[in-house]
Design a protein around this ligand. Structure first.
Ligand code: GRF
Length: 196
């Protein structure tokens, strides 16, 4: 049973699904938000999970990351899951959690890294989009992919309708990918996601 910490900044719909999907492979022991009042904090509290708020304003990236790291270590976290966490993490933090830190991104990586994903997908008239769970490496949204799910893009889509459709597949994809990691079925080796 892996001890998992989840980092959030917002509503926490992925967090809610990760809580719901807990089984004997992982247990969420801590939720950290950099934003006070993030909706996900209440979802964690209702589920009886410890929460912490670590605000970032006025801190250097390294100082903020060191506080987060200390909180994770103190709680005995073994895996760290980013779920709508809207901060870029320093190289030092990422290296310290190498192979144990994952993120979900609302595109079919390596396409559409970064922000304004759905706007750009619609502008490019893509027929398909989706979501990707990946190991976090220092380069933004560039880590090896663990699992992906695709959705169609409709000509009538707005960024919001497409975001909603992608979010729907995120909710089942993220727990599945976390379970692969928690049970050792996937690991990061030599910069690749290796499946056993
Ligand atoms: C999701 O779309 C995720 O892909 C992105 O941020 C959003 C978080 O939503 N990284 P929620 O807070 O989990 O509802």
């Amino acid at each position: 049973m892996k001890r998992v910490a989840v980092l959030i900044s917002g509503r926490g719909s992925n967090l809610a699904n990760l809580i719901e999907a807990q089984d004997d492979s992982y247990k969420i022991i801590l939720v950290i938000s950099n934003v006070e009042g993030a909706g996900g904090l209440e979802k964690a509290r209702v589920a009886g999970i410890a929460t912490a708020v670590i605000p970032h304003p006025g801190k250097t990236r390294e100082a903020f990351d060191a506080e987060v790291d200390a909180g994770l270590r103190a709680a005995g976290a073994e895996l760290v899951v980013l779920a709508g966490f809207m901060r870029i993490l320093s190289d030092g933090f990422v290296r310290g959690w190498e192979g144990k830190l994952i993120n979900i991104h609302p595109s079919l990586l390596p396409a559409y890294k970064g922000t304004r994903v759905h706007e750009r997908v619609i502008e490019a008239k893509e027929a398909l989009s989706g979501a990707s769970v990946h190991f976090v490496v220092p380069e933004l949204d560039a880590g090896p992919v663990i699992a992906q799910a695709s959705v169609p893009v409709h000509p009538s889509d707005t960024p919001q309708t497409l975001a909603d459709r992608v979010l729907g597949v995120e909710h089942s994809l993220y727990p599945e990918a976390l379970k692969l990691l928690a049970t050792g079925k996937v690991r990061l080796a030599n910069g690749l996601a290796v499946f056993n």
